[in-house]
Design a protein around this ligand. Sequence first.
Ligand code: PMP
Length: 441
Amino acid sequence: MTQTVSRPAGAPQAPLPLDVEAIRADFPILGRTVRNGRRLVYLDSGATSQKPRSVLDAERDFYENHNAAPHRGAHQLAEEATGLYEAARATIGAFIGAPENEIVFTRNTTDAINTVAYALSNAATAKEPAFRRYAVGQGDEIVVTEMEHHANLVPWQQLCERTGATLRWLGLTDDGRLDLANLATVVNDRTKLVAVTQQSNILGTINPLGDIVARAREVGALVLVDGAQSVPHQPVDVTALGADFLVFSGHKMLGPTGVGVLWGRYDVLDALPPFLTGGSMIEVVRMEGSTFMPPPQRFEAGVPMTAQVIGLGAAVEYLQRLGMDKVEAHEQALTGYALARLAEIPGVTVIGPPDTVARGGAVSFTVEGIHPHDVGQVLDDLGIAVRVGHHCAWPVVRRYGVPATTRATFYVHTGYDDIDALADGIRSAQQFFGVAAGGVS
Ligand code: PMP
């Protein structure tokens, strides 16, 4: 595969807010080459991020020097493991402005959403009257949006199937935004919970959560915010957010796989029954029945993902050293640059907001005359990693009438050179498939 080279016309770009070269040196994987010696151009952080050395070191240090099951055992290692695990909880809580007793560790965002969805259906049959406060049943409604990742859609469909509740949703506008025209009727007195993403993983759209939270408050509904694509990329403070739950995944924010976060307002968490039950979430166990610990332990059954939590603590510290304001500004500059560079290529259509207003760095596009999987393959041959497909948000691609998209996502190590490589790669794909100037030649 040969690569055509094009450079943007016009003035040179302003320097990026983050020092990309210094940051790249922190990520061992960015030092490797792919596909016959090509530099790895990693534009798939939205699927999972790469990990800096400090995160890898924190996990290794835990296993080499402190490994034990936290909250169990009377020996020194158990004490150290508990200390490290709980210190990470405090660090991660502070990152989103939350006290540590509101931070529940889960496997990922998906697990966190299921924890809430099952708690709401378990509430209907809970023996303990205090656990019935948020029970969902027939006549109740759950509201989502057409923009949700399957992780924030399917668990709510299933909750409705289990309980007889009804799922309703807010639609999308042609330019990739939430259509709030009928917010007041879709979110109504029957609404028990509104589940909405803060930033779309496919369109990049950043949603006006203030309006949605305000409407939910008017009708007494809970609000769950999917922060899988926002918490890694912008400052998020749960007090300012005003929601009841915020969920996100460690692996998308420089942390390890296998750890996610469910933040919940303490009074709400405290009124919910558990999803998974077993060891270390109980208060008293008798053969006749058991009582449960307060949050967060009530939702952390079994030996937790200790090294991963400690690794996520290190990831948060890394992001804090960079500064989330700078991370956000960095990605906004890259997004503006990417949108401009893609706009120069005939036949490329961006699916999602066309400018950087209320928009993050997930840039999905189609190339006329070439299937997204073929675009992805040509890019991969050039060492450029992007995601192709429906991005676990099938209703979104259906809404915009495309079979799939190619998606580039950015992070702290992304530079203008990565985006230039992407633009050049798309032109190479057009050349390879004999497609030029917006049509098959
Ligand atoms: N929500 C959004 C917006 C996402 O982008 C993703 C991951 N692509 C998820 C939820 C699910 O995250 P995980 O697979 O880590 O549970």
